[in-house]
Design a protein around this ligand. Structure first.
Ligand code: PGA
Length: 242
């Protein structure tokens, strides 16, 4: 199934379009299961969702799953993805924290933690809609180039470019994590619907490869072509190679 594309004039329009899709899901299924992502791209969408939640649409019955977490970072670390989600989104809504799930970066046994994450998704009936970003190298979550389509939640080495991109957030460059726990491509692909957001010229090569090239581990996002209901919501700059 080809990836559907919605091309928007601005990043604001990308966020509004994604928000409308998520709001539709919540209205139709208030106890739905939402997959979420970190990174800078979905921040505007979270801000819109916060506004709508405060205007009266309850999120209290939702369950959420986040894609990934750095191995070795406590949830209280200001660069952990748990911290990012709690502060930027969850705590500003009526989402119940105990309904929010993401791999624990300091689990005593990170391998069992990965298995438990998959089991929790299954126990909740699967993800209704997973919101994704995309890396410049075509990664989705921390599925870096080379990740196979049947990959599941696991511990991965971060690509050098990803480590370099992340290092701007850490005061001590040696503290930048080199590994992460990430949902796999198969884990993500089992979501009933996928929305991938991207803005800006720098994302254009990855978007073009993901949409047009034969699916290949060199661009993990290209495996989304195998999904029956995947839409890329992207601005004109990110879409400029299509
Ligand atoms: P970004 O990251 O939203 O900060 O561009 C996306 C990603 O690396 O998946």
């Amino acid at each position: 199934m080809p990836i559907q594309t919605k091309i928007c004039n601005t990043p604001e329009e990308v966020a509004n379009t994604a928000t409308n899709e998520i709001v539709d899901l919540i209205r139709n299924k208030p106890n739905g299961v939402l997959g979420l992502a970190t990174g800078s791209t979905p921040v505007r969408t979270y801000a819109e969702l916060i506004r709508i939640n405060r205007a009266g649409l309850s999120f209290a019955r939702l369950t959420t799953f986040n894609l990934d977490e750095y191995l070795g970072l406590e949830g209280s670390h200001n660069q952990s993805y748990r911290h990012f989600m709690n502060h930027l989104f969850f705590a500003r809504t009526d989402i119940q924290l105990w309904n929010t799930h993401m791999p624990n970066g300091v689990a005593a046994n990170p391998y069992l933690e990965c298995e438990a994450f998959e089991t929790k998704i299954q126990a909740c009936g699967g993800v209704d809609l997973w919101l994704l970003g995309i890396g410049h190298n075509g990664h989705i979550a921390f599925n870096e180039p080379g990740s196979p389509p049947d990959s599941r939640t696991r511990i991965v080495d971060l690509a050098e470019g990803t480590i370099a991109a992340n290092s701007r957030f850490f005061r001590d460059p040696k503290a930048v994590p080199l590994k992460a726990l990430t949902a796999g491509i198969a884990t993500i692909s089992e979501a009933r619907r996928i929305l991938l957001l991207a803005n800006g010229k720098a994302k254009s090569p990855a978007i073009t490869r993901a949409v047009k090239d034969t699916p290949d581990p060199i661009c993990p996002a290209s495996f989304l072509q195998n999904h029956p209901d995947c839409t890329f919501i992207i601005d004109t700059e990110a879409a400029s190679g299509l």
